[in-house]
Design a protein around this ligand. Sequence first.
Ligand code: AFP
Ligand code: FBP
Length: 337
Amino acid sequence: MSSIGKSINQFMSEQQNETGSNTDDLSGLIADIASACKKIAHLVNRSAITGIGGVSTSENVQGEVQKKLDIITNDVMVEHLNHHGHLAAMLSEEIEDIIQIPEHLPKGKYLIAFDPLDGSSNIDINISVGTIFSILRCTDTSSDVWSDDFLQAGTEQICAGFCVYGPTTMMILTTGHGVNGFTLDSDIDEFVLTHPDMTIPEDTAEFAVNISNKRFWETSVQRYIDECIQGVDGDREKNFNMRWVASMVSDVYRILIRGGIFLYPLETKPANSSGKLRLMYEANPMSFIVEQAGGLSTTGYQRIMDIKPTALHQRVPVILGSKNEVERIIRYHKEEK
Ligand code: AFP
Ligand code: FBP
């Protein structure tokens, strides 16, 4: 699909024609997400002026101090997604329980899990942040929605995406038919297709990891990164470059553009002993996007999208990106076991 310059709405209806899928409802939901993201882009952009850039006094369900913008952007998502009858319920990084659609509003057939502002510790230093989302089908819409309705493997996602609020605001989207990137054109206030059919090169010479955690990693991950750092003098006989934005949306976006590998692996550090990133609204949607772009995504031991979730805010180790490097790390996990 190469309709550069098309709006997301036009793109979705073209995709519906080409794939024969009935995406009418989904298009409406994506339009709501797009308008929430436009609002968030505006809030992030003006945060220093309006004084909403700093920390609040509350903690989220992960025990992390919330930024004021974490709370505000959560509310923006809920307000924009509540009203149009597309959703049965929502799950947010910022809220412990699932968010029900109010009784007086129409309910729909989809569930959404989102991180309204990922990388929010980067806001005060003016580095890109983003919104990540995963859309699932609600199997039973006749009654109240329960946590169990959300606990579906990533393979059940019907759409995933993320927005990056950077030098440009971009939305990356997959509905299971490849990955496409849309840039917010502020002149017309629309996301327009600028990056059709995004594909991750199978090979790479660039890795992204928080290397200060090296002493907490398993030997398989230490071995992989050591070999990258040894460069032409080591077993790989190839030089590697390192990038770590500490904002997953930016690191994954870079990988979609020029390849690479991203690791937030298992650590012996108690806080990250099951991994740091959250399965439902970080690891799963990013894995869906990366796989749709030709990459791979694993915990080191298991394909992330095959994990059957057991808790709404479950954490997992994440290793994703260029296929040949991810396969190498999976092999190291088997060998070093
Ligand atoms: P925040 O939303 O708390 O800033 O966390 C961002 C994040 O979940 C992810 O976007 C980064 O890849 C990762 O954390 C960075 O973690 P470190 O600060 O431990 O490197
Ligand atoms: P470019 O303008 O060529 O991207 O170079 C950027 C830069 O000069 C600095 O902004 C940055 O700190 C540094 O290079 C990064 O260097 P390296 O690629 O060696 O990590």
